[in-house]
Every structure is written in structure tokens, then in C-alpha cells.
Design a protein around this ligand. Structure first.
Ligand code: ZN
Length: 473
């Protein structure tokens, strides 16, 4: 007989995209956590469309829990419903507000332009969403076989993000226990968000490992580095292009840029234009503003001081495609310094590509990366080859890189190796089983070493398995 609960994966076991994890409670009952899209190298699959199709069983799924609205965690939702999944979608209140916007955008890009179809689908999703408050148990089933409860806790990764505690009481002789799915964990001191707190404890932890082999540079230096990078552009009369995800990173950057402009004594800074060129990011920013109750204490202090961290005078939003084209052409030629924030965050598509095609060849301009660049993405190539005068292929075109390429890693929305270790060691009852997911193999291996060294020192029995050793089911 098999021992339940068991954890398996339909994505996100090895790479950092396509997150989809299954907690099996019995032969006919399971829980899904996230259902994300594959991107970059993870999406280079012999059968691209086949990879999107949901071929795993959905009839046994009691609920889908969504940890946050990044596309690599929810992007396969349309395919999941198409495959016949008819259960609820559990998430936090802010996620329930943000999710329809992301799905609508994903549908327009990858599925259909048919307005009627999109509306119907969104109505279907809205009917399934169950918004849960943080830190409260929600009972999913309570019958003669199981009691299953779910609790969401703040993950500090983007607004609405959570890690998920699943408490299983098996009344039919199966194994009971608590499993925690970390989702994506944030790092301390994220703009707008309070840091995640470690849970009380669990038996099994499914832990992300994006930066399992790295430490972030001092986060207190990051604002200065952001300022310095923009200062250089001000001096050169160039544009600083910041590729950023529309959700989360864009709003964090706006928050930081408002800080720098607010403090500036230099006129050039006070006049600096900050351009958000992404209709989606603009809509998200508007919703982020409505979700103020979930902002952290520092952001609330600013609001009380009469400041508007996400809607300040220097901020411009570009919406229509025509306006976008005009802005690209204007900034590429003019000598007026500006900062452009545009998606996608890894340059794998979106409007940022048009900026970079025009600007990468000119040393007056700069590209500033503030987020993780997945293997196989153009962002990773620019980051890697740019500083040595290399090139990158964008839209099938070879672009030589002469613009400055810089990376400020202190803005990562992900916990680093030290934060991940803290998440485990600050538990009152640390897990006996850890499965590392959402990281490249070398990151998983490094984090396993770190966790095992800590467990050995503590005399705590713990096994750590790598998602990379468990091929997607
Ligand atoms: Zn994420």
C-alpha cells in the first residue's frame, strides 16, 4: 500500500517556470497547487502545444490553490479548465482581484481575440474563485475519509502572494500530516510588502529554490545602485530601459523611483520622466493602489505623509500601440533622459523588445535588470554577453550590444539561500521531508547541502530530495 500524502509535479520540479504540484491524499483525491506556464528554456519542448495541454488527471482534484498571479504559476489555468477541471480555485483576497486581469491578458496573447469567448471564460473563472483571508484555516473536506484544511500565509513575493499550509487528517487509515507549499517566497525589505514569517511547522515542505545557491547583494545598497545607473543616463542623455514583469516588479520599481525623485535636490532628477509602457502594468498599478490595506507599514507611513508612491507627477503611462511606437522612436533619437519600465521581465516578448531593438546598439542608453533572467531567455543573453560586447537575437534579428548592461540583484522578489534556510530553521517544528522545486539543478543541490548541514548540526533528522530528480508527471 502506498503512503499518502504524496507530492508529485506537473511542472516546476526542475526549472523555475511551469509550477504545478500535486498533493495526493488517496487514490482518488488530490490537491493541486498552482498551474503555471512554461517559459524560456523550460518551454523549448519538442511539442510546444502538447506541453500546454493538461494530460494529467483532474477528476480527483478537490481544489486548485493559487499561490500568486505570476504567469508561471497560473498560466495553464485555461488549459486546466478545458481539460474538465470543475473544482474551486482558492487564493488570497488580493490575488482574487488581480487574477482575472492576468488571465485576460494571457488569453488575448495565447488563446483567442474573441471578446465573447474571453468574457465567458472570465465569468467561469470568477465563479470558481474562493478568496480566503490570510492566517485562517479553511476546511475543504470533512467526511468519513478525510478532513482537509488549507491555510494561506503571506509570502512577501508580490501583493497577494501566499505560501500554503495543508493539514490532512486521514480517517481511513492513510497517513495524516501537514504539508507546506512555499510558492515563491519573497526576500525581506521588499518595497510595499511585509516579509514572510516562518510557519509553526510541518511534516513535509515543498520549497522553492530559485536562488538556492546565491546570496543577494546588500539590499541597502540597491537603491543607491539604481540611482547611480540612472545618474549615468542623465549624464549621457540616454534612456534606461528596465525590463520588468507587469505585476509586482513594476510597482516596486515605481515605489523606489518615487523615493529617489522625492529626495532629489538635482533638477534633472526632479524633471526625470518615468514611463510605464505596458497597458497591463498600468492596470495592475491601478489595482495595486486599491489594495492599500495589504501594503506594508512603511508604505502606509508615506500615504499618511501625503505622498502617492504609485501615482506621482513624473509618471507617464503609455497605452496604445501607436503611442508606444512614437515613444520608442522619440527616446531612441532624442537626448532627453528617461526611464522606461516595460514587460516582459525576461525580454522574451512584449514591448520591451521594441525598445531594446532600437537602443541596444547605442552606448548612450542602458539596460538595467532587476529580476531573475531564466536560462534560454533573451534577457539572460543580454545580461551575459552584453558586458563583453556580444550580441543577442531579438525577433530573429542579431543585435550587437553597445548599451550599458547592469544588474541590480537586490530587488529580487525571491528569497536567497540565507532567507530560504531561515524559513526552515525558524520553524518551531522543522520538516522531516523537504522537496526542493522551482530552481535549476545546481541551485537545488546547493540548497540541499545548506539544509542538510544545518539539520546535521541541530541533530534534526531531515531528508531533502530534489524536484530535478522527479520528472514531471
Ligand atoms: Zn512569482
Amino acid at each position: 500500500m502506498r503512503e499518502y500524502p504524496q507530492v508529485s509535479h506537473h511542472g516546476g520540479a526542475a526549472g523555475v517556470t511551469g509550477s504545478c504540484h500535486r498533493l495526493r491524499l488517496s487514490d482518488d483525491r488530490a490537491l493541486l497547487v498552482d498551474c503555471g506556464l512554461f517559459q524560456g528554456q523550460d518551454a523549448d519542448h519538442a511539442d510546444g502545444f502538447g506541453q500546454l495541454r493538461v494530460t494529467f488527471p483532474v477528476e480527483d482534484v478537490l481544489a486548485l490553490v493559487v499561490t500568486h498571479v505570476h504567469i508561471d504559476h497560473i498560466g495553464r489555468l485555461p488549459y486546466l479548465l478545458a481539460a474538465g477541471y470543475a473544482g474551486p480555485i482558492l487564493c488570497s483576497l488580493p490575488t482574487a482581484r488581480l487574477l482575472p486581469l492576468v488571465i485576460e491578458d494571457a488569453l488575448k496573447i495565447g488563446f483567442t481575440r474573441d471578446r465573447g469567448l474571453i468574457e465567458r471564460f472570465l465569468a467561469e473563472v470568477a465563479g470558481r474563485l474562493v478568496a480566503l483571508p490570510y492566517r485562517a484555516w479553511h476546511t475543504l473536506v470533512d467526511d468519513s475519509r478525510h478532513r482537509v484544511r488549507v491555510k494561506l500565509q503571506r509570502a512577501g513575493h508580490i501583493l497577494g502572494s501566499c505560501y500554503v499550509e495543508v493539514d490532512v487528517l486521514a480517517r481511513d487509515g492513510g497517513a495524516s500530516g501537514r504539508t507546506i507549499f512555499s510558492g515563491d517566497l519573497g526576500a525581506p525589505y521588499a518595497p510595499l510588502l511585509s516579509a514572510p514569517r516562518a510557519p509553526w511547522g510541518c511534516d513535509t515542505l515543498v520549497l522553492e529554490s530559485t536562488y538556492g545557491d546565491r546570496r543577494h547583494e546588500a539590499r541597502r545598497h540597491r537603491r543607491a545602485r539604481l540611482e547611480a545607473a540612472i545618474d549615468r543616463a542623465l549624464a549621457n542623455g540616454g534612456t534606461v530601459v528596465i525590463p520588468a514583469f507587469s505585476i509586482g516588479r513594476t510597482q516596486e520599481l515605481l515605489y523606489e523611483l518615487e523615493t529617489l525623485i522625492h529626495r532629489a535636490t538635482d533638477r534633472r532628477w526632479r524633471d526625470l520622466e518615468i514611463i510605464v509602457d505596458s497597458p497591463l502594468a498600468a492596470r495592475f498599478t491601478a489595482v495595486y493602489r486599491e489594495l492599500k490595506p495589504w501594503w506594508d507599514a512603511e508604505a502606509h507611513a508615506r500615504l499618511r505623509g501625503g505622498r502617492h508612491p504609485l501615482s506621482f507627477a513624473n509618471l507617464y503611462t503609455v497605452s496604445s500601440h501607436e503611442e508606444h511606437e512614437r515613444t520608442v522612436a522619440y527616446l531612441a533619437e532624442s537626448h532627453r533622459p528617461a526611464v522606461v519600465v516595460a514587460a516582459s521581465g525576461m525580454v522574451s516578448g512584449g514591448r520591451v523588445v521594441n525598445y531594446l531593438k532600437r537602443m541596444l546598439g547605442d552606448p548612450r542608453h542602458g539596460v538595467l535588470f532587476t529580476g531573475y533572467q531564466g536560462a534560454g531567455t533573451p534577457g539572460r543573453d543580454i545580461q551575459r554577453y552584453g558586458p563583453r560586447g556580444g550580441w543577442v537575437a531579438l525577433d530573429g534579428e542579431r543585435i550587437d550590444i553597445r548599451a550599458r548592461v547592469e544588474t541590480v540583484s537586490g530587488y529580487s522578489a525571491h528569497a536567497d539561500a540565507h532567507d530560504l534556510l531561515n524559513f526552515v530553521r525558524r520553524m518551531r517544528h522543522p520538516p522531516r521531508h523537504v522537496r526542493l522545486v522551482h530552481g535549476e539543478r545546481h541551485a537545488q543541490q546547493a540548497l540541499r547541502e545548506t539544509l542538510l548541514a544545518w539539520a546535521a548540526e541541530k541533530g534534526h533528522g531531515m531528508d531533502v530530495t530534489l524536484g530535478a530528480d522527479f520528472p514531471n508527471a
